[in-house]
Design a protein around this ligand. Structure first.
Ligand code: FES
Ligand code: FES
Length: 127
């Protein structure tokens, strides 16, 4: 629905099984795997995709941090990583490195940009 009906192509289809996080979106501020979410279950709820994070030309701080750290290669995982990082930092604005690693561990990066992704989340958190 997001990609084909609404043309919001930021969330990516990866595994389709809730294993990679590429399809992540926020529902009422919490990360969900959109590939495993029935549309009926989110009726009437607030849904934020990567397209909804920036305020006009102003990137969300997590988006800026990913850009500044160069935390991507092919970029396929990036929207899901950023969405999950936003949810993580809303719950815990000053996480430790271990908490970031644990909080991000349901998102996979096939390009193995994990160190830069970790640095980007740390930068966004200011830790
Ligand atoms: S495509 Fe949804 S978790 Fe992989
Ligand atoms: S940057 Fe390619 S999958 Fe993460």
């Amino acid at each position: 629905v997001l990609r084909e009906d609404l043309h919001l192509t930021g969330a990516k289809f990866g595994c389709g099984e809730g294993q990679c996080g590429a399809c992540s979106v926020l529902v009422e501020g919490k990360r969900v795997f959109s590939c495993r979410t029935a549309i009926q279950s989110v009726a009437g709820k607030s849904i934020t995709t990567i397209e909804g994070l920036a305020q006009g030309e102003q990137l969300h701080p997590v988006q800026s941090a990913f850009l500044e750290e160069g935390a991507y290669q092919c970029g396929y995982c990036t929207a899901g990583m950023i969405i999950n990082a936003v949810a993580l930092l809303r719950e815990n604005p000053r996480p430790t490195q271990e908490q970031i690693a644990t909080g991000m561990n349901k998102n996979m990066c096939r390009c193995c940009s994990y160190i830069k992704i970790l640095n980007a989340v740390k930068r966004a958190a200011g830790v």
